[in-house]
Design a protein around this ligand. Structure first.
Ligand code: NAD
Ligand code: TDX
Length: 348
């Protein structure tokens, strides 16, 4: 694993993963970051890495669906490992416009797998980063494991499920060395403020409404992004080839609990004229909204010795502080495509 192609490295988890790799002594190789720079990709997330490691970090602006561009990238950089994050990742957008999800998540993954086949002599590992949403919704009890049948609810999760199936099929049919991880909801620095946690932090700061879908009782299992990065790296290094691993924080919260926690932290860290809880507004539910996600990550814990390091309470406070301390990042992101989309989407 010397020349690692990281796809989607300018997005939330990809950028955190590249930062994580360069912070570690056991990574001495190079990263080739391929990103199309959609609304969710921000190369500024890695400006310091690009200047600190000019010989070991390279950015290539390209679409993973563009076979020619990807082939050149594999060839010119002697890519031996792929860590595949690039995706359209937001469930609400997939409901409004699924096309890009099918294209990037399915065809993009297919293009990369085809290149692994073509360059099979040099490929040591294709790690596919996926989501627990492929398993659909849990009721009030139970947990997802590696054996849970797929049952996706949204165009986003269906496109990720399709990509997972392609990855496993390529492993069986063409003997491509793969690992696959299905992770629960991440939060932390650099997350695009369309997702629940950063949206609530920034709206709360600006005194805007905090839109909670339905009755706010849907449950997610939250994991601090650096713990996800550590799990991915551990799986890449030690995971059994051809295997899937579930990653989760054992940290279930209702959406309303999360929003209340954010309000409390904001009231302490950035006191406003009145309690942020007054801004909570219950809005129309998301269609096909999964009730509950919860991961049983025993396999990852027992086989590979991984455990999350961050507690939800401390991780959430760190995250709020990060957004408070990076007003320029917030401003740049908010003045872009995101703003236009949000205006149209939430009009009225
Ligand atoms: P993100 O939306 O923040 O970033 C996605 C990145 O992919 C962006 O930089 C974007 O520019 C890039 N991209 C999109 N289409 C591309 C294309 N065609 N070619 C090249 N680059 C393209 O997403 P994220 O939250 O960082 O998620 C990363 C991965 O992790 C995704 O595969 C997602 O399904 C998975 N995942 C996310 C979470 C979560 O909570 N965010 C949880 C589990 C799994
Ligand atoms: O404004 C909001 N109000 C609200 O109540 C938003 C944006 C979300 N929600 C709810 C919907 C979900 O129950 O909060 C929960 C979390 O929503 P998102 O942040 O949109 O995440 P989710 O749909 O759970 O998916 C995320 O986790 C799994 C990522 O976006 C996916 O990429 C990942 O696979």
């Amino acid at each position: 694993m010397h020349n690692i192609l990281v796809t989607g490295g300018c997005g939330f988890i990809g950028a955190n993963f590249i930062r994580y790799l360069f912070s570690r002594n056991d990574f001495t190789g190079r990263v080739i970051n391929v990103d199309r720079l959609t609304y969710a990709g921000n190369p500024e997330n890695l400006t310091d890495i690009a200047s600190a490691f000019p010989d070991r970090y390279r950015f290539v602006k390209a679409d993973i669906c563009d076979r020619e561009a990807m082939e050149k990238t594999f060839d010119a950089n002697g890519v031996d490992t792929i860590c595949h994050f690039a995706a359209e990742s937001h469930v609400d957008r997939s409901i409004v416009g699924p096309d890009d999800f099918v294209r990037t998540n399915i065809l993009g993954t297919f293009t990369l797998l085809e290149l692994c086949r073509k360059f099979s002599r040099q490929i040591e590992l294709f790690h596919h980063v996926s989501t627990d949403e492929v398993f659909g919704s849990l009721g009030e009890t139970g947990h997802f494991t590696e054996k849970t049948p797929y049952d996706p609810s949204s165009p986003y999760s269906a496109s990720k499920a399709a990509s997972d199936h392609l990855v496993m099929a390529y492993a069986r049919t063409y003997k491509i060395p793969v690992t696959l991880s299905n992770c629960s909801n991440n939060y932390g620095p650099y997350q695009f403020p369309e997702k629940l946690i950063p949206l609530m932090i920034l709206n709360g700061l600006e005194g805007k409404p905090l839109p909670v879908y339905g009755d706010g009782r849907n449950i997610r299992d939250w994991l601090y992004v650096e713990d996800h990065c550590a799990a991915v790296w551990r799986i890449m290094q030690q995971g059994r080839r051809g295997e899937c691993y579930c990653i989760g924080g054992r940290s279930e919260r209702t959406n309303l609990q999360v929003v209340h926690d954010i309000c409390n932290i904001l009231d302490e860290e950035a006191p406003g004229p009145e309690s942020r809880r007054k801004l909570i507004s219950f809005v129309k539910d998301r269609p096909g909204h999964d009730l509950r996600y919860a991961i049983d990550c025993t396999k990852l814990e027992t086989e590979l010795g991984w455990k999350p390091q961050e507690h939800f309470e401390s991780g959430l406070r760190k995250t709020v502080r990060w957004y408070l301390r990076h007003p320029q990042w917030v401003e740049r992101v908010r003045s872009g495509e995101y703003q236009k989309w949000i205006e149209t989407h939430y009009a009225g």
